[in-house]
Design a binder for this molecule. Structure first.
Ligand SMILES: Nc1nc2c(ncn2[C@@H]2O[C@H](COP(=O)(O)OP(=O)(O)OP(=O)(O)O)[C@@H](O)[C@H]2O)c(=O)[nH]1
Ligand SMILES: [Mg+2]
Ligand SMILES: [Zn+2]
Length: 374
């Protein structure tokens, strides 16, 4: 896998920037001189276009990149985004690609126009020890999962069929409401949510069965695993086979360890949870896509505190609690939010024990939090 940034290019950027005559030329038709210079230089260096005059190449870039000869485009999967570079798997080879500027500008609102799992079309520009390319197009995403950092939303992975929401019973201690929060975000994003409680070897009080039952009874798939004893790993393999699965959950719960247990050859980095803080240390730092030998692929993600639920309209929150759906039509008021209203069928179901109180509590917490955000 090509993980190395081609350092040589950086040197070339600098050298090119120091040429005042050309810089002036670039400024003429460029709205973003700095960005453009870098692009022009990248283009030049990657293309190795010795015969073509530098000036001409730059003029082409300034007017808009030559919309590459489409017959030459190759298709691949973006497996990881590292800075300005995207690693692309074309099925046979790994390619280190940059992203065409027009594409970056068009998708400026997202931090990364390309994310792990994206299907892309790219122009191969150099095929040698380091296969290089330029991504021209990101194909429409079947699904997209978001997270927020404060006020911005970022897509973290695309084209995922299912998300395994991983928690650990201990180290770090399980946060049951966090599972519900993840499930809401996953449901809103499109893929199927599956619950996995890892570190089953540490379940000294045998709490796991009750938690799993909460989800199994409302139709979710849910399993307990332990990479220490091998419990549940075969079941996990059967869930992963032939699908594209993202593993999500807090840092330190064992996402990378589970992927290693399924396919040891991947040898993903894992690390001990800090005993002092009971927290992981963000060992995985970038979402990355891995092809599985048994068919299918997994996306390992860095531990994130919560997937984004802020973009879900408040009045749609109820839709993502699957067991509420057949109750909602029986609420007395059509605009019932299932909190203070009389004649609420959801609250009645909680009292009757058909809706789990812990799930209802997660709904109320999320509803209140979302209404405070406005
Ligand atoms: N006891 C026990 N420890 C486990 C189990 N699975 C993983 N661990 C340990 O938990 C720690 C964290 O595992 P990782 O796989 O790095 O966790 P992660 O979820 O990938 O963490 P980030 O990459 O930071 O998001 C490591 O020390 C693992 O050895 C398990 O089933 N039982
Ligand atoms: Mg990890
Ligand atoms: Zn109601």
């Amino acid at each position: 896998m090509a993980k190395r940034k081609p350092q040589g290019k950086r040197v070339d950027f600098r050298r090119n920037r120091l040429r005042p005559a050309r810089q002036k030329h670039w400024h003429v038709s460029s709205e973003e001189p700095e960005a453009h210079i870098e692009d022009a230089a990248t283009w030049e260096t990657v293309r190795h276009k010795g015969a073509l005059s530098r000036k001409r190449t730059i003029v082409e870039r300034a007017e808009e990149p030559p919309s590459a000869d489409r017959s030459q485009l190759m298709r691949g999967t973006a497996i990881a985004v590292r800075g300005q570079y995207v690693e692309v798997d074309s099925g046979e080879k790994m390619w280190l690609c940059t992203v065409r500027r027009v594409l970056r500008t068009r998708l400026i609102r997202e931090r990364h126009p390309v994310v792990a799992g994206d299907e892309v079309l790219f122009t191969p520009v150099a095929e040698s020890t380091l296969n290089e390319g330029v991504i021209e197009e990101v194909l429409p995403r079947r699904t997209a999962l978001h997270r927020s950092d404060g006020r911005r939303h970022h897509v973290i992975a695309a084209n995922v069929d299912q998300v395994i929401v991983v928690s650990s019973i201990r180290e770090p201690l399980i946060k049951e409401h966090l599972i519900d929060r993840y499930l809401v975000a996953v449901h809103a994003g499109g893929p199927e949510g599956i619950i996995c409680i890892n570190k089953a070897d540490l379940d000294h009080e045998a709490r796991i069965p009750e938690i799993l039952e909460r989800y199994l009874r409302i139709g979710y798939r849910a399993l307990a695993t332990s990479t220490a004893t091998g419990q549940g790993i075969e079941e996990l393999r059967s869930i992963l086979a032939g699908k594209t699965t993202m593993l999500a959950g807090q840092s330190g719960v064992g996402k990378s360890s589970l992927i290693n247990a399924v396919q040891p050859g991947l040898n993903l980095k894992t690390a001990h949870v800090s005993v002092a803080t009971d927290k992981g240390r963000h060992t995985t730092t970038t979402a990355a896509w891995y092809r599985l030998d048994m068919g299918g692929a997994v996306i390992d993600t860095p531990g994130i505190r919560a997937l984004d639920v802020a973009m879900i309209p408040l009045n749609e929150l109820e839709m993502h609690f699957v067991e509420f759906l057949d109750k909602i039509p029986h609420c007395k008021f059509p605009n019932c939010v299932h909190i203070h209203e009389d004649g609420c069928a959801v609250k009645a179901a909680v009292e009757a024990g058909t809706i789990d109180p812990s799930r209802y509590e997660s709904y109320v917490d999320m509803f209140v939090e979302r209404s405070e955000q406005g």
